[in-house]
Design a protein around this ligand. Structure first.
Ligand SMILES: *[C@@H]1O[C@H](CO)[C@@H](O)[C@H](O)[C@H]1NC(C)=O
Ligand SMILES: *[C@@H]1O[C@H](CO)[C@@H](O)[C@H](O)[C@H]1NC(C)=O
Ligand SMILES: *[C@@H]1O[C@H](CO)[C@@H](O)[C@H](O)[C@H]1NC(C)=O
Ligand SMILES: *[C@@H]1O[C@H](CO)[C@@H](O)[C@H](O)[C@H]1NC(C)=O
Length: 379
């Protein structure tokens, strides 16, 4: 028995000791329930996940079907459902065989374990809802492994593998894994691994399916910040502003493309009057991928002029940042100062002109003698 199982046993002792166990025998440890979906008419060879080696004396283990009444399972090989040590056989499975099965195993050391499995039986037609997970990546050549129980069955009974795409046989494919080379969207389908194996001179089928999803090829690049492209931004105190942190991550790079704002190193908090929203953009048809975090400052405060706003971009390979500070937009003050100065200048000029009017008049006096000058006088 390995360490993890020993630990599990200890946990089991603790959980059974508080009376929550369903098992009748509290000195026997319950292991987690396995669960399988099997196709009607096929065979299913089951070995508990926690059992390292199914080859143990039949006498050390008893298998039974749970239900309103417990049904013991035989070791008689002529029965459709029988067992050999740690392995339970379902041959030509029917809908009535669905249910919960358990085994009570006493090891040579005297330790006792309960194994549990739930078997559900489905029609061939519901195959696409019975997949053992999907293969979903952007690899050029896709590797579809035969689902574990089917693979194990084939290895144990020296069976033959065949593969199907949807309902169609793929000729020449007899390995435990199928390669779909240069995969495109057309290759997306349900792929079924069928194992044909022999038990007591009879041929049986066991199968398991996986869905293939061909994601488009991603080209991750070093992250580039496209906004902000300055280190300072002019804003008016008390106004509302939106700051964009936009990062470019590559082609089809949506899986690893994030933009975010940090204010003095901390995430934006709504309680501080900040609101951050993020948006992912994939341009068509180039598939250039951008992520934008928009920080909304409801009302720019005096403190905001002291804060460091850091735009942080993270992609598949790199993380980069750019900082922005807010500067007071004083253009309005400048206009007032300018106007006031202008007004002063005009007043000053006016004063000057007024001053000169008297001066000019005085200057001109000799040249422009009053009317009372005698006629013919030359100035
Ligand atoms: C597996 O394939 C081999 C070689 O093609 C064949 O001889 C054998 O009968 C096949 N076994 C089953 C169970 O179909
Ligand atoms: C096993 O599956 C193959 C392919 O679907 C089928 O031709 C064959 O009849 C099946 N054999 C059994 C014993 O169910
Ligand atoms: C900020 O980004 C959003 C979303 O990408 C965009 O719609 C908006 O025009 C941008 N604003 C500025 C000021 O660049
Ligand atoms: C934050 O901004 C988004 C988009 O502008 C808006 O839908 C959301 O209601 C805002 N949240 C708050 C708390 O203001």
């Amino acid at each position: 028995m390995d360490v993890s199982r020993l630990l599990l046993s200890i946990v089991m002792v603790m959980s059974t000791s508080d009376g929550s166990s369903e098992a009748s025998d509290s000195s026997c440890f319950n292991l987690d329930q396995d669960r399988y979906k099997v196709i009607k008419g096929e065979a299913f060879y089951y070995v508990p996940f926690d059992l390292d080696d199914p080859n143990l004396p039949d006498a050390n283990i008893t298998w039974y079907k749970n239900g309103p009444e417990v049904m013991n399972i035989t070791t008689d090989e002529t029965h459709r459902i029988h067992y050999h040590g740690g392995a339970l056989f379902f041959l030509n499975i029917s809908a009535n065989d669905a249910g919960h099965y358990s085994a009570r195993h006493i090891e040579a050391s005297g330790e006792c374990f309960y194994y549990h499995v739930k078997i559900e039986v489905f029609d061939e037609t519901s195959r696409e809802n019975l997949t053992y997970g999907s293969i979903r990546n952007s690899d050029q050549n896709k590797n579809i492994p035969c689902p574990q129980p089917v693979k194990d069955t084939c290895k144990t009974f020296n069976g033959n593998f065949t593969w199907f795409k949807g309902k169609n046989l793929i000729p020449g494919q007899h390995k435990e894994r199928l390669w779909v080379n240069d995969a495109t969207k057309e290759d997306e389908d349900i792929y079924t691994c069928l194992c044909t194996w022999t038990h007591n001179h009879k041929v049986y089928n066991s199968s398991g399916s996986r869905r293939l999803v061909a994601l488009e090829k991603a080209v991750y690049e070093n992250v580039k910040i496209t906004s902000p492209n300055t280190t300072e931004q002019l804003v008016k105190k008390g106004s509302s502003v939106k700051l964009n942190c936009t990062v470019y991550c590559g082609i089809n790079a949506a899986w690893d493309c994030e933009a975010t704002w940090l204010i003095n190193g901390n995430p934006a908090k709504q309680t501080d009057g900040y609101n951050e929203t993020t948006k992912l953009d994939i341009e068509d048809p180039s598939k250039r991928t951008f992520s934008t975090a928009t920080l909304t400052i409801a009302k720019v405060s005096e403190d905001d002029f002291q804060h460091e706003f850091k735009c942080l971009g993270s992609g598949f390979y790199t993380v980069t940042s750019a900082t922005l500070t807010l500067k007071k937009d004083e253009s309005f003050t400048f206009i007032i100062v300018f106007l006031v100065l202008g007004a002063c200048l005009i007043l000053f000029a006016a004063g000057l002109v007024k001053h000169f009017v008297t001066d000019l008049a005085l200057l001109m006096r000799p040249c422009c003698p009053p009317r009372r000058c005698n006629k013919g006088t030359i100035c």
